[in-house]
Design a protein around this ligand. Structure first.
Ligand code: DAK
Length: 257
């Protein structure tokens, strides 16, 4: 499929997607989000892909939703066009997504990075929710995922002041996994993807599902859920392979069965 606003490629078992609207700092218009979701779903369906890397390239991740596109919208138009439907599809992706963030990840850009499962940030990365400066509030997870990631006090400050935080602060508050020099971001994100891709795919997907479940359930229900997924994995050949390989003192060869 031909995409206008993203680039899609693969490296072995890793699916790579690059946001590509360089003239507007990868501003996320509806076309880009729609293409992104289609590409993610295509990788999710592809059994040869085991992990997905999402990048904005080596200058900027994304400076937010496309303000030009939203500027004249009315409440009714926004509501009836249901643009959040595509954003909702993002959280149904079952394979892990690692975001490689260089430069700005603002507004919807920060929300997109937070919708991924892990973030590798460049030293120059800036994460923020500047919607307050536009007279609105975050609408795609900026008050919810951010608060869960960094806690109430920091989230309040970021959302109410609109001031971005640095990559180091983001690391300190637990928003990102690691901070590396700009030129190494994609390499480090790729390494993380490759490590994940070497694991048993069913275990990886259920591990992601179980961790995410913890955000919207009680601890008791979450523990029950985790146990069910745990039992389920004993029906896979990869569980037998993983444990046999340990007993036989060799490396496991997972086949996704
Ligand atoms: N939208 C549209 N164009 C943008 C943009 C944006 N968010 N950010 C930058 N651009 C464009 C600029 O207009 C400029 O275009 P030209 O003037 O060259 O034509 C070009 O990108 C380069 O930007 P600058 O000249 O401003 O570059 P600087 O390096 O000087 O500044 C900056 C970089 C990131 C600090 C600055 O561009 C900036 O403040 N950008 C806006 C950041 C922002 O406010 N982001 C939050 C947007 S609100 C929703 C889902 C999600 C959301 C809403 C709805 N639905 C599903 C309904 C999310 C909302 C948001 O993200």
């Amino acid at each position: 499929m031909e995409y206008q606003s993203i680039q899609m490629s693969r490296e072995g078992a890793i699916g790579r997607i690059q946001l590509y609207r360089p003239k507007v700092l990868n501003a996320l218009n509806t076309g880009l989000i729609s293409e992104l979701v289609q590409a993610l779903e295509a990788f999710d369906r592809d059994s040869t892909i085991r992990c997905i890397l999402l990048t904005g390239g080596n200058r900027v991740f994304a400076a937010g939703a496309d303000i030009g596109e939203m500027a004249t919208a009315t409440s009714a138009e926004l509501m009836l066009s249901n643009q959040f439907a595509d954003w909702d599809r993002l959280r149904r992706i079952k394979k892990p997504i690692v975001a490689a963030v260089v430069g700005y990840a603002l507004g919807g850009g920060c929300e997109l990075a937070m919708a991924c499962d892990m973030i590798v940030a460049a030293e120059n990365a800036r994460f923020g929710q500047p919607e307050i400066d536009l007279g609105i509030i975050p609408g795609a997870g900026g008050t919810q995922r951010l608060t869960r990631a960094v806690g109430k006090a920091r989230a309040m400050e970021i959302v109410l002041t609109g001031s971005p935080i640095t990559a180091q602060e983001a690391l300190h508050v637990g928003l990102v996994n690691r901070v590396v020099p700009v030129e190494n971001v994609e390499l480090e994100a790729m390494k993380l993807c490759q490590q994940i891709a070497s694991k048993a795919p069913a275990a990886v997907q259920l591990a992601k599902e179980s961790v995410l479940k913890s955000f919207d359930t009680t601890i008791a229900d979450g523990l029950d859920y985790e146990q069910k997924l745990f039992y389920l994995l004993f029906s896979t050949e990869d569980q037998k392979e993983g444990m046999n390989a340990f007993v036989e003192k060799r490396k496991p060869h997972f086949q996704g069965k």
